[in-house]
Design a protein around this ligand. Structure first.
Ligand SMILES: [Zn+2]
Length: 294
C-alpha cells in the first residue's frame, strides 16, 4: 500500500484504496445486473469501476465503514428489496451523508484548483467549498458536533415525478435506479453549491451554499432524530435541474454505445431471455417504455 497523508486525519500513513461511493452500493448494482448487460444499465464508466482513490488510512476507513453498514441496513436494502418508504433517521444518518459528500468534495476541490479555467470556478465559490470541507472534516473527526452552513438531504427517486414525466425519452428509471454517480456542482448566478450522490435512486445532497431560489420539501436530514418518507418530496431550482442534467448525460452516453456493443447485449438477452425478464434492468426498462406511451 502506498504511504501518504490521510485526507481525513492528515497523518502520514499507509493509505487504503477507498471507494468514493460506498461499496455496498456498487456490490448491489453488480449483484442485480444481468451479466454484461451492465453496459446498457448505465454506460457511465464510473459505475462499472466504482471509482477508487488512495485517500484514507485504515483507521479512518474503519470509522466511515461503521456508518455505511448502518445506512445500508436501515435505508438502502429495505428501500431496494422491500420497497420500504418510511424511515426513522438519527445523527448517524447525518454523519453518513456528510462522510459520502465530504469524500467527493475533497477530491473535487483538488480538481477545481487544478483545472479552474475548465470548470469556470471563481474564487468565492472555491473559498466557500474549502471552508466547508474543513468544517466537515472536523465534524467527521468528532472535534466538532455541528457543521455551520451545511444542509443534508435525501431525495428518493420514486414513481410519478415531474422530472420523469417530462423526460420519458431520457429513460429516468433506468438512469437513476441502475446508476451510481457522485460529483460537486455550483451555480454562481443563483448562489447554490452542492455535492450530489445517486445511489441507485437514493439521492443524497449536501448543500454548501443555498441560493434564494432553492426549494426543498420533505427531504432534509437534520443532525438529530427525525423521520423521512419516500413520497411527496420536492426539489427545485439548481439542485432540481441537476437531476435533469444527469438524465441528459446518461442519454448522450447511451447514444454513443457502438453497434458492436449493442449487438453483444442483444445476443446476451436472446441467449437467456428468462433470466433477463426477471432482472431489475428489465423492470426499469419496462417502466420507461410505459412512460413513453402515457
Ligand atoms: Zn486517517
Amino acid at each position: 500500500m502506498p504511504k501518504g497523508n490521510c485526507a481525513l486525519c492528515h497523518e502520514f500513513k499507509e493509505l487504503e484504496l477507498s471507494h468514493i461511493v460506498p461499496k455496498f452500493v456498487i456490490r448491489y448494482l453488480k449483484k442485480t445486473s444481468f451479466g454484461a448487460i451492465r453496459n446498457m444499465d448505465n454506460p457511465n464508466r464510473i459505475v462499472q469501476d466504482g471509482e477508487k482513490h488512495y485517500m484514507l488510512c485504515g483507521a479512518c476507513e474503519d470509522l466511515f465503514s461503521a456508518y455505511e453498514t448502518k445506512f445500508a441496513n436501515k435505508f438502502f436494502y429495505p428501500y431496494m428489496i422491500d420497497s420500504k418508504k418510511e424511515f426513522n433517521y438519527d445523527q448517524e444518518t447525518y454523519y453518513f451523508i456528510t462522510s459520502v459528500s465530504w469524500r467527493s468534495l475533497y477530491l473535487d476541490i483538488l480538481d477545481f484548483v487544478k483545472n479552474h479555467d475548465a470548470y469556470g470556478v471563481d474564487m468565492n465559490t472555491l473559498d466557500n467549498l474549502i471552508k466547508k470541507e474543513k468544517c466537515m472534516r472536523e465534524y467527521l473527526l468528532k472535534k466538532n458536533s455541528e457543521i455551520d452552513g451545511v444542509e443534508n438531504h435525501i431525495f428518493f427517486f420514486d414513481d410519478l415525478l415531474d422530472v420523469e414525466k417530462s423526460n420519458a425519452e431520457l429513460r429516468p428509471h433506468a438512469t437513476f435506479h441502475r446508476g451510481i454517480i457522485i460529483y460537486t456542482f455550483f451555480n454562481k448566478q443563483l448562489n447554490s453549491q452542492a455535492t450530489i450522490t445517486n445511489m441507485m435512486g437514493i439521492i443524497l445532497f449536501t448543500l454548501y451554499s443555498k441560493g434564494p431560489e432553492e426549494y426543498w420539501e420533505n427531504t432534509e436530514i437534520h443532525n438529530g432524530n427525525g423521520r423521512i418518507e419516500a413520497r411527496n418530496q420536492i426539489v427545485q431550482s439548481v439542485c432540481g435541474n441537476e437531476l435533469t442534467e444527469i438524465l441528459d448525460l446518461a442519454k448522450q452516453k447511451l447514444d454513443n454505445i457502438s453497434e458492436n456493443q449493442m449487438s453483444k447485449i442483444v445476443d446476451k438477452v436472446k441467449a437467456d431471455p428468462d433470466n433477463f425478464a426477471k432482472s431489475k434492468a428489465y423492470e426499469d426498462l419496462m417502466k420507461d417504455l410505459n412512460l413513453d406511451q402515457s
